[in-house]
Design a binder for this molecule. Structure first.
Ligand SMILES: [Zn+2]
Ligand SMILES: [Zn+2]
Length: 345
């Protein structure tokens, strides 16, 4: 067997050519004279081909761009790529790359050189953000068109932390802006499902009223685009408050969807109340106004405390299964009466 090209005999043959002749004719690697490496100016992503990808370093972005720019004979696949950079200036670098590749089941290695040019761009998500892009508004409102600063802070923190964890799975989720409006907060969110998930969570955990609506705001390639609005109306109470409901006072332990889990403060009986309309409940005593009173004496059915308002003894009937952990108890005064709160509630 001899090579049809050079006539050599007894060499490793690839088809009708000896290996050196085959390599000379068919094995090559090419690289364009410049390779543009586009980095997002606002985040750590790079444009590779036509998609933006998160990268850990400029080095990684260059590597990705080189891999895409190297041209190999048909059927060739890169198995390894190493390169050295020689920085001409911060935006232009000479690159010497060594590329290993597999072609027709055999391994080859070639050296290529190019100039990498670093460009600044703006990725899809950052462009949207810069343009205050949003697909949904999450409107959170307090009761009676009011929301306390503490509640606002708590809600904003919750929304930002939920969006933060969603971003770990999808870079598309972000808060475009937050607006303080009369009665509450408006969150402009980049995606509807993220806004819906947070709205549902508030509905569940805060017994809030939930409404959603959509409006058409444009078209893209014949497709109708709509913006969603999720309205969450918080009830006038929260965990730890005392509410009045149908002529009795209840201590709110926690809430789930449309259910308020309470204890009747007079009898000590646990009760789950269905929330049909928020106006059926009145705030009898917010948690911030619950008093502390020192215990003077205690019998099976009664407890005597020092009234913190007036410093006179106060005799109170104990609710069922009343428990106290120390010398002080929580004391609540409402329109309907004065009650000791059990430490077990
Ligand atoms: Zn040959
Ligand atoms: Zn970006």
């Amino acid at each position: 067997v001899f090579c049809v090209e050079c006539g050599a005999e007894g060499r490793e043959m690839i088809g009708s050519l000896c290996r050196p002749c085959y390599e000379e004719k068919h094995v090559w690697a090419k690289m364009p004279a410049h390779v543009d490496v586009t980095l997002c100016a606002h985040c750590s992503s790079a444009l590779l081909g036509d998609t933006w990808k998160d990268v850990q370093s400029v080095q990684e972005a260059i590597e990705g761009a080189l891999e895409l720019a190297i041209v190999l004979p048909e059927g060739g696949a890169i198995s390894d790529l190493t390169f050295e950079l020689d920085e001409k200036d911060p935006r232009n670098m000479n690159v010497r790359a060594r590329v290993s590749f597999i072609l027709k089941g055999m391994a080859f290695e070639r050296e290529v050189a190019t100039l990498a040019r670093i460009k600044r761009g703006s990725c899809k998500e950052c462009s949207k953000k810069m343009g205050s892009y949003y697909e949904a508004i999450l409107q959170v409102r307090g009761p009676e068109r009011r929301m306390s600063e503490a509640d606002e802070e708590q809600i904003e923190q919750l929304v930002r932390s939920r969006v933060g964890s969603m971003r770990e799975h999808s870079r598309e989720v972000f808060v475009s802006k937050v607006e303080r409006v009369k009665g509450g907060l408006d969150f402009y969110l980049s995606t509807s499902p993220s806004a819906r998930a947070i709205a549902r969570e508030l509905q569940e955990s805060r017994c809030a009223e939930y409404k959603e609506s959509s409006s058409l705001w444009g078209r893209r390639g014949g497709e109708e685009l709509s913006r969603m609005t999720f309205l969450i109306r918080l009830p006038c109470f929260s965990n730890g408050d005392v509410v009045e409901y149908q002529g009795r006072d209840y201590y709110v332990r926690n809430m789930s969807r449309n259910m308020v889990h309470t204890v009747d403060v007079a009898s000590g009986e646990p009760k789950s109340l269905k929330l049909k309309g928020a106006d059926e409940f009145a705030l009898a005593c917010p948690r911030a106004k619950i008093l502390q009173a020192i215990v003077l004496t205690e019998s099976d059915s009664e407890i005597q405390v020092l009234n913190p308002e007036g410093m006179t003894p106060l005799d109170l009937k104990k609710p069922a299964n009343f428990e106290r952990k120390g010398e002080h108890i929580r004391l609540v005064k409402t329109r309907l009466g004065t009650y000791p709160l059990s430490d077990s509630w």
